[in-house]
Design a protein. Structure first.
Length: 291
């Protein structure tokens, strides 16, 4: 169990705010921090990792105190059992895939397990390659494997897939889910992607202005109680086109394009780049297998 109750003064685009994060995370849970930019999601993650110091409060992991402002306890990052995956991979350019993982190992047992991790992320054939020769998805796999070398209690993922194209992003989401299920490491993800959040998370923590506003399952958060449809899909709004007297809205649902017709008042509630739930109450789908 991870118990967090910390405060921090944050400087945002809207001015300074007094953040207060009060959160309990279960062992082996996959929790996503979801909210607008500047809400404090990455800062919270960096404080858990020891990369930033809270102004006060406590962080306790499995009974071990990592931070206690009143007792002046603040374990350095290397003393905290965490793995951190950044957006920019942060790989050593002159080291091979295997050497990047070996550098993170602290003992003989961890070094022994490096090849198993490389196999887990499907990079065995590329273990001697340098990062510059790898694709973005391959680099992200290396960064993920390296974060797992020390068998951390907490895996911290700061929008690790945001720079990837949609097909690669979906593939790595599947792999990340499988790795989490296999290893059972408590995982904390920062994401702005609704589909990714629903796909990966056990729970979602809504972060706004430095506070946890809501803690629930992703579907409970994204599906309003008023929607009782038998089928619900989440899509990203790509286009809103007027075709008097109605509007044509184009959405990306997974890797598929969906177009629908809305009234002027309905379309006015949508924004390009935003997300919407497609719901139908009376729907008998016909499933046709793809070749």
């Amino acid at each position: 169990m991870i118990v967090i109750n910390i405060t921090k003064r944050l400087d945002t685009a809207e001015g300074s705010i007094n953040a207060h994060f009060d959160l309990a995370i279960n062992d082996g849970e996959f929790l996503t921090l979801f909210g607008p930019s500047g809400a404090g999601k990455t800062t919270l993650m960096r404080m858990i990792a020891g990369l930033e110091k809270p102004d006060g409060g406590t962080i306790e992991v499995d009974g071990e105190v990592w931070f206690d402002g009143s007792k002046k306890i603040n374990l350095p990052p290397q003393k905290r059992s965490i793995g951190f995956v950044f957006q920019d991979y942060a790989l050593f350019p002159t080291m091979s895939v295997r050497e990047n993982l070996l550098f993170a190992a602290e003992n003989a047992q961890q070094r022994h397990n490096v090849d198993e991790l490389i196999e887990l992320v499907e990079l065995s054939q590329l273990s001697n390659r340098l990062p510059a020769t790898l694709s973005g998805g391959q680099k992200q796999r290396v960064a993920l494997a390296r974060a797992l070398v020390r068998h951390p209690k907490i895996l911290l993922l700061d929008e690790p897939l945001s720079a990837l194209d949609p097909s690669m992003r979906q593939k790595l989401q599947d792999e990340l889910s499988l790795i989490h299920d296999r290893l059972g490491v408590t995982t904390l993800l920062v994401s702005h992607d609704i589909a990714e959040t629903v796909k990966l998370s056990d729970r979602l923590a809504q972060v706004e202005s430095g506070h946890i506003k809501r803690l629930c399952s992703p579907m409970e958060f994204f599906s309003p109680q008023s929607l009782s449809g038998k089928l619900q899909l989440i899509g990203e709004v790509l286009k809103i086109e007027e075709d008097t007297p109605v509007f044509i809205v184009t959405l990306l649902v997974g890797s598929s394009i969906v177009r629908t017709v809305l009234s002027s008042s309905e379309a006015s509630e949508l924004t390009i780049g935003g997300h919407a739930i497609i719901s139908t109450k009376a729907f008998n789908p016909i499933l046709i297998p793809l070749p």
